[in-house]
Design a protein around this ligand. Sequence first.
Ligand code: NDP
Ligand code: MG
Length: 390
Amino acid sequence: MKLSLLGATGSIGTQALEVVRGLCRDEPGAVSVEVLAAHSNVGRLERQAREFKPKAVALFDPAAAKDLRDRTRDMDIQVLAGMEGLCEAAAWGSADTTLNAVVGMVGLLPTLEAIQSKKKLALANKETLVAGGSLVVEAARQNGVDILPVDSEHSAIFQCMQGCPGVRAVKRIILTASGGPFFGWDAERLRGVTPQQALRHPNWDMGAKITIDCATMMNKGLEVIEAAWLFGLPPERIGVVVHRESIVHSMVEFVDNAVMAQMGTPDMCLPIQYALTYPQRLACPTPPLDLAALGKLTFFEPDEESFRCLPVCIQALKRGGLVPAAANGANEAAVQLFLEGKIGFTDIPQLVEAAAQAQADQVPSNVEEVLEADRAARRYVWQAAGQERA
Ligand code: NDP
Ligand code: MG
């Protein structure tokens, strides 16, 4: 496999490189890393480039790209910059597989570039499908490109569906949610949550943005929309159940009421590797599961009153068109403001809901309309929070 890795310096990106190391240990040369991309983490990207010797590296931030160019003068490597560089990396000529693990809506254009260049696409960047699902799925269909899910729930569903005779055999899918650090808290108690508290996730070690999304349950809302696009299912056929232990990664209920679940230790290496090596199953760094040591698994209904982001996303999916893009853009802006201490924790769902409501019903016919809905939602949030930005 010849890999282009976007978001190489992040939580998914570094675990993807751990997977690559493992695959190459078992079979030297199994994966060649052709290009690595990130936002601005010069130090880490340089270390990765010296280890994996890609043909090119890309940094979104132009000043960081210049710095990296200076630091890699002794290497035979091309240094790309900006959105242009990120898109070039996504569509890199000698790569056959693109793993998109950047965080946020900024991943949409590179995703479309990868699809148009007919790369096999391993997708961790869920915001891409939430905001631009219709365009991405249609582009993939037209170009005959497979989208392989990296998100653990979607990987679980994808795994459970292997051998399934078609979507008509599926009654519904059931996404599991950990419930995050504030499971059982009521709206009043949630009001005082600080960024420091919200950044502590019980089961997973992830980037800051998705960790906050887990605490608000926006992550599960985004995942319902992601699942609708990946598996072609309407919102009524996508359920959510809280499962504190994060051992059952999600389930498929078939029309005969058989339920298939994929289980495993909570660790992203397995879904990352499965997306890269599909349909093969190979030895993986994820530790084995010891059910007797766990003793029991628990399941609960989600609390949609205290965690409003989940029903707000389901509503956005039902309205369709540009509404999910607005909800996602509003959330990205609100999470940023929360992390900066500018707004409270319970302001996040309120702002997402209001920005989604402000979005008119309109089906996007091109990517520019999605980008504009995203910008409008961000402006809405900044204005409502009294934080004018460029
Ligand atoms: P991190 O914050 O840990 O990493 C984000 C990565 O994206 C970094 O490499 C960062 O570069 C890069 N990046 C950010 N902005 C840009 C940009 N404008 N241009 C290029 N690169 C950029 O995030 P995660 O790894 O946690 O998450 C990545 C994606 O995967 C998200 O969409 C998330 O929802 C999804 N996901 C993550 C899971 C997890 O376990 N972490 C699980 C399931 C899904 P830099 O370091 O230079 O800033
Ligand atoms: Mg997930």
